[in-house]
Design a protein around this ligand. Structure first.
Ligand code: ATP
Ligand code: MG
Length: 353
């Protein structure tokens, strides 16, 4: 595996250097993020751009992803103004809503895959944790979900296949289980500088489900400010706070509505900024499965099921080995592999004689 780390460019820091080759790649990526400032040339007022930004909408794609009802909640945005803005976006993106399948193939070339640290697990995932998608790993306690989150914080920073140059990571921690020192031995395993690795991970602790949702505004701000530099958003774990905040009888419907809003936001973020969203999830017993009552399923119901692109189940077998199994995916076979948790993070199981 290539062990060269990208020194991600930070505009604040003069010491951050990058190779010319990588800078070229970054510029190309930035071109994908069409800033709403382009609307000025189409007669949209500066003040309206400020209001869009305050609502967390920074790109042309962002406007196109936002429904009229949501835009009309912005102060001073009436139907006529929304029409003008939507039309201007259409002109800028030169799109009538359709592209050919061939164009989609081209767009999907931007997608990158992050290694999990285990070649077997990568293979199960079709190459790794994919960008422009949400990957969910669920399983009982101690199966390695948080360990994989920590490993990805490091591996996302390394150059990878198909010209992937590596990038920064945002970590939203809902269970207070993030341990920055855990990143050190993982960085050592890949011969990376520990301080640089830690410096490239932005961390936020979410204290309740509303805060978890609000943090996504900060995420979008960061992704826009440092366009193309962030490659991975981790939410560990996605349902923990929702389960605490909406635990009463009759609260499930509200919980699912709020959860749906958050998941929709996560989906848009992953596509708009071409980042990988990785989230962990908890399990519950499947009471509907009368034949196998001990079978466990992820929490979050249909809302989470539909929002996650790929769902992987982690469990321990009788020998205590960790097993990963594809639970739901648009393109992966339903198979399983074993993996190991080591001091250097997630790894392949080494054969013992
Ligand atoms: P939960 O649902 O409780 O959050 P989890 O799936 O996130 O569980 P992890 O914290 O990822 O669980 O995994 C815990 C396991 O990782 C423990 O079995 C622990 O022994 C192992 N582990 C933690 N640190 C190391 C390390 N430095 N070296 C090897 N194994 C480790
Ligand atoms: Mg955990």
């Amino acid at each position: 595996m290539d062990t060269e780390i990208i020194q991600v460019v930070d505009p604040e820091k003069e010491s951050s250097v990058n190779s010319e080759e990588n800078l070229g790649d970054l510029e190309e990526e930035e071109a994908c993020f069409q800033d709403i400032v382009l609307l000025l040339e189409h007669g949209i007022a500066h003040d309206d751009l400020k209001r869009l930004k305050a609502a967390g909408i920074n790109t042309i794609k962002g406007v196109q992803m936002t429904i009229r009802k949501k835009l009309s909640e912005i102060k001073g945005f009436d139907d006529a103004k929304i029409d003008r803005i939507k039309n201007a976006c259409k002109k800028i993106s030169l799109a009538n809503g359709f592209t050919t399948a061939l164009d989609v193939v081209d767009q999907r070339k931007q997608i990158f895959k992050l290694t999990t640290g285990s070649q077997q697990l990568d293979k199960l995932l079709g190459g790794g944790i994919e960008s422009m998608a949400i990957t969910e790993v669920f399983g009982e306690f101690g199966t390695g979900k948080t360990q994989l989150s920590h490993t990805l914080c490091v591996t996302a920073q390394m150059p990878g296949h198909n010209g992937y140059i590596g990038g920064r990571v945002i970590f939203i921690d809902t269970e207070h289980t993030f341990r920055p020192d855990r990143l050190r031995p993982i960085a050592d395993r890949f011969n990376l500088d520990q301080t640089t690795v830690l410096d490239n991970v932005l961390y936020a602790r979410a204290y309740n489900s509303e805060h978890q949702y609000e943090l996504l505004d900060n995420v979008v701000e960061k992704l826009h400010e440092e366009a193309g530099l962030f490659k991975l958003l981790i939410v560990d774990s996605v349902m923990a706070l929702f389960r605490v905040d909406y635990c009463g009888r009759g609260e499930i419907a509200v919980r699912q509505q709020k959860l749906g809003q958050m998941m929709s936001r996560l989906q848009k973020i992953s596509e708009e900024y071409n980042i990988a969203v990785f989230m962990t999830n908890q399990i519950t017993s499947d009471l509907n499965n009368l034949e196998q009552p001990d079978v466990q399923k992820p929490v979050g119901g249909n809302i989470l099921a539909h929002a996650s692109t790929t769902r992987i189940c982690f469990h321990k077998n009788v020998k205590g080995n960790r097993i990963a199994k594809v639970y739901d995916s648009p393109e992966l076979e339903e198979c399983e592999v074993a993996f190991a948790i080591t001091s250097g993070g997630i790894d392949d199981v080494k054969d013992v004689d």
